[in-house]
Design a protein around this ligand. Structure first.
Ligand SMILES: Cc1cc2nc3c(=O)[nH]c(=O)nc-3n(C[C@H](O)[C@H](O)[C@H](O)COP(=O)(O)OP(=O)(O)OC[C@H]3O[C@@H](n4cnc5c(N)ncnc54)[C@H](O)[C@@H]3O)c2cc1C
Ligand code: FES
Length: 272
């Protein structure tokens, strides 16, 4: 895009749609101008006659992809879009997961719920640059098997020996039958897989309660706050540090984040 600070959306066409789960839809959007983005960054997606909402890029390059959980008016309007419809996009905004990776590290990707969207972007980046990373482990959880997005991709990833990614899946409670993966909350399974602290980084995205329990588990295992990296998804309006909608005390999540170390998150005022 010409100018990251530009408040005016550029037109973009919906070129593909894929249902991930009952309430999560992945869109592929082709903007009129090339948009270059990095894993962890976000953009504002507007639907005419509905409104504008922030979404993480769920892919690493090319046309924009995002995965949208249906929860209110804007996201309902997004779920009604059809291939060929026009939307508005502006961004990319915010910092990137990549800003926190210095040197060749072992990477743990830990995702729950719609937090899998930004993690997918980072995973794609790692796969495209595989020799720059050490051991890669992906732990992904959801309430039920039907709530796990990107399952086809994950199954293909498991079979791809060159990718060298250990894919671990879990659901909160025992499903009826046929489930051969883990059962238990993400932080419990994270504890069980015994992540190694040495030369490692853990990227955790998901509901705040999951992030907190994962960080507690990791801290008990000796991980330092700057080895645990997460995103905050405070409600946003402008996305460019002007409206004051997203701030936590002096921290503007849209400008200073949305990616933060757990050390940074711990310093933020608790009542926000
Ligand atoms: C940086 C960033 C990245 C995001 N990435 C994604 C993504 O990849 N996929 C995705 O589905 N969503 C993502 N979100 C959340 C998304 O922006 C909201 O779900 C969306 O704006 C809701 O709009 P709505 O009009 O449909 O819902 P509303 O009518 O505004 O709200 C419906 C319900 O959702 C709750 N809600 C709305 N926004 C948020 C929020 N930011 N945090 C917690 N609860 C909220 C409301 O309290 C309400 O209960 C992201 C948000 C931010 C700030
Ligand atoms: S969203 Fe407006 S200041 Fe952050």
């Amino acid at each position: 895009m010409k100018n990251r600070e530009d408040y005016i959306p550029i037109p973009a066409k919906v070129v593909a749609l894929r249902d991930e789960t009952l309430d999560v839809l992945t869109l592929q959007i082709k903007p009129d101008e090339k948009v270059t983005f990095r894993p962890g960054q976000f953009f504002l997606l507007s639907v005419f006659n509905a409104g504008e909402s922030a979404f993480a890029f769920s892919n690493d390059s090319g046309d924009i992809e995002c995965s949208v959980k249906c929860c209110g008016l804007n996201t309902q309007a997004i779920h009604r879009l059809a291939i060929g419809d026009f939307v508005g996009v502006r961004g990319p905004y915010g910092n990137s997961f990549l800003d926190f990776i210095k040197g060749k590290k072992d990477i743990y990707l830990v995702a729950g719920g719609i937090g899998t969207a930004p993690i997918r972007s980072l995973l794609q980046h790692i796969l495209a640059n595989r020799n720059k990373f050490g051991k890669v482990t992906l732990l992904m959880g959801a309430r039920t098997p039907a709530d796990l997005p990107y399952m086809d991709e994950l199954m293909a990833l498991r079979k791809n020996k060159k990718a060298k990614v250990d894919v671990i899946l879990t659901v909160d409670t025992q499903p009826e039958e046929g489930w051969k993966e883990n059962v238990g909350f993400v932080p419990v399974i994270l504890d069980k897989i015994k992540p190694k602290t040495k030369n490692s980084l853990v990227f955790v995205c998901g509901p705040p309660i999951m992030i907190k329990f994962c960080a507690d588990t990791l801290s008990k295992k000796g991980f330092k706050g700057d080895q645990i990296i997460s995103t905050l998804e405070n409600r946003m309006q402008c996305g460019i540090g002007k409206c004051g909608r997203c701030n936590i005390g002096p921290v503007y999540v849209c400008k200073c984040g949305p990616v933060f170390t757990y050390d940074d998150i711990k310093k933020m005022p608790k009542d926000m």
